[in-house]
Design a protein around this ligand. Structure first.
Ligand SMILES: [Zn+2]
Length: 320
């Protein structure tokens, strides 16, 4: 069964087509251009899906969206960076495609993909933590991705610095205000007056002896370790999979993070922290898995015949 999948982000819409044998036969990206308004974004999503469906004759489609979602009703409840409120995405996509559509949250779909195809393989319980402009997480326990009431895993809004900086969510001292890539850039800019410095620049400056950069980087790592420590205390995962832009820094990020989490693990050993494996493909592959699951559930006989589960692909679009 061929499925099409879309991962709708604030900057890009990633789309993919997976053949019956699990191979990725097509991948593409379109700009979201959210400034055009919520209806225009939705039109682009639908047009992209219809175009792919016309070319590849899929049996199901999957779509992953950011923000607060109601997975049961297939509704995007609120997606700040798309301007969507109460958009019945699944119904509209089903109507446009005349196909069954699976609907999910982008980070949880990414967690599902890492669980089956990536850094969570062979692991019943782990935490998938993409650290980028914001910080989110997918909680995988006993092989299931937790949904809660629709927003389980909002690690970025865990208070790690009580009374700290105001967060757009309305809280103060949220993890995201210290440890996200945008927080690192903003905090360094505020401390030095430097303009246009990225988190990656801050890391480079820290390595070349800039004490303010080193302090900002260190504070970000410490805050993330505080957040992860809270999550570990509650969930006791076997592994922590860190993805997103900051994880691309590699050892300068992971080494101090592992040490900081170990320091905080007072009564048991800290779980290993490993880099995510699927990068920007995670959400789209997760949406494809949701579509395959939906298709298999609708046609139980096909499940036994499915001898080639989706496997990890290379060459999917551009990285970045
Ligand atoms: Zn917050």
């Amino acid at each position: 069964m061929t499925v099409i999948a879309l991962d709708v982000g604030g900057t890009q819409i990633k789309a993919g087509v997976l053949a019956e044998d699990g191979s990725l036969i097509h991948g593409e990206r379109r700009l979201t251009r959210a400034e055009r308004g919520p209806d225009a974004v939705l039109d682009t999503v639908l047009a992209c899906a219809v175009d792919l469906a016309g070319r590849y004759a899929p049996t199901a489609a999957g779509i992953a969206v950011p923000g607060i979602v109601d997975e049961a009703s297939g509704t995007s409840v609120f997606a700040a960076n798309l301007g969507w409120r109460q958009v019945p995405v699944r119904d509209w996509l089903e109507e446009a495609l005349e196909l069954p559509v699976a609907f999910g949250h982008d980070v949880r779909a990414g967690g599902l993909a890492e669980a089956r195809l990536g850094a969570g393989r062979g692991c019943g319980s782990f935490l998938f933590v993409p650290v980028g402009t914001g910080i989110a997480s997918a909680i995988v326990l006993d092989g299931e991705v937790l949904t809660g009431r629709g927003s389980a895993g909002e690690l970025g809004h865990l208070t790690v610095r009580p009374g700290g900086e105001r967060c757009p969510c309305g809280g103060r001292g949220c993890l995201e205000t210290v440890a996200s890539a945008s927080a690192i850039a903003r905090r360094y800019g505020a401390a030095t007056g430097a303009v246009g410095v990225s988190a990656e620049d801050v890391r480079r400056r820290a390595e070349s002896g800039d004490a303010v950069a080193a302090a900002v980087w260190r504070e970000a790592v410490d805050a993330l370790a505080d957040g992860l420590s809270a999550a570990v205390t509650l969930l006791d995962p076997e592994r922590i999979v860190v993805g997103g832009g900051l994880a691309r820094a590699g050892a300068p990020y992971f080494d101090p993070l592992r040490a900081a989490l170990a320091e905080r693990s007072t009564f048991r050993t800290a779980p290993p922290i490993v880099p995510a494996e699927l990068g920007h493909q995670a959400g789209c592959l997760g949406a494809a898995l949701l579509a395959q699951d939906l298709d298999a559930a609708r046609k139980p006989a096909t499940r036994a015949r499915r001898s080639h589960p989706i496997r990890r692909q290379t060459g999917y679009g551009v990285d970045g």
